[in-house]
Design a protein around this ligand. Structure first.
Ligand code: ZN
Length: 231
């Protein structure tokens, strides 16, 4: 972990213990599969599970109850066949390359080369593991709407803050949240999660309200881990 997971150095001892526990539980209790012709190694499982575990350090292992199979592909997966497009109500059959996918009531698909790249470069703010596992957390209430289950008292501010940022992303996005965050509210939550964990200091500075609601939901303050100053 120390060598391969960039976030490890920012965690304190209790967080490392918990990360180790959840990582082991994910490896043991979930169904890991390799795409045809690809061999899944212990290291691959470990790196994917450890990053997924980071998301739930302040939540609980129960938050991954919807995670069934995790299917690892060597590289980008090309979707074919007729399916819903990013435009509601429109179908498409154009081949589409993806780095990952989290199907509602279905498996998580992950491209290994993207994982290997992301894990070394958190500063880019892209992390396919955070992204797909965030979708699974969003799906806990059976609605993929970018609002995972949370306390009633938190929802109003969450919706208000996220809607404003989502509308900004729909207009093209910015350096922190790119236009993919504007595809729909489900993608917004997944992309915002990637940036919250990978570029927390920048998010806390540039989008303090969004940082606050995400910090409240995940019960983590990743910017403070880097700067040493809690918000
Ligand atoms: Zn997505």
């Amino acid at each position: 972990m120390e060598r391969r997971v960039a976030h490890w150095k920012h965690l304190d001892e209790p967080e490392r213990d918990l990360l180790g526990e959840y990582t082991g539980e994910l490896i043991r209790s979930k169904n890991w599969e390799a795409a045809r012709g690809f061999a899944l190694t212990e290291e691959m499982r470990l790196l994917i599970a450890a990053q997924a575990a980071l998301l739930i350090l302040g939540l609980s292992f129960e938050h991954y109850r919807e995670v069934g199979a995790i299917i690892v592909h060597p590289t980008t997966v090309v979707l074919t066949g007729e399916r819903g497009s990013s435009v509601p109500g429109l179908m498409t059959d154009a081949p589409m390359p993806i780095l990952g996918e989290a199907a509602h009531k279905g498996p998580i698909l992950i491209a290994w080369d993207a994982v290997a790249m992301d894990v070394h470069h958190p500063e880019r703010g892209h992390n396919v593991v955070f992204h797909e596992f965030a979708h699974k957390i969003d799906m806990l209430d059976d609605v993929v709407d970018g609002t995972p289950p949370m306390a009633r008292s938190e929802i109003d501010r969450w919706v208000q803050v996220c809607t404003a940022e989502y509308e900004r992303a729909q207009l093209g996005g910015d350096d922190l949240l790119d236009s993919y965050a504007g595809v729909n509210t489900g993608e917004f939550f997944a992309v915002a999660t990637e940036v919250f964990f990978d570029r927390p200091v920048e998010m806390a500075e540039q989008k303090p309200d969004l940082y606050d609601v995400l910090s409240g939901f995940y019960r983590q303050d990743p910017a403070a881990r880097v700067t040493g100053t809690p918000r």
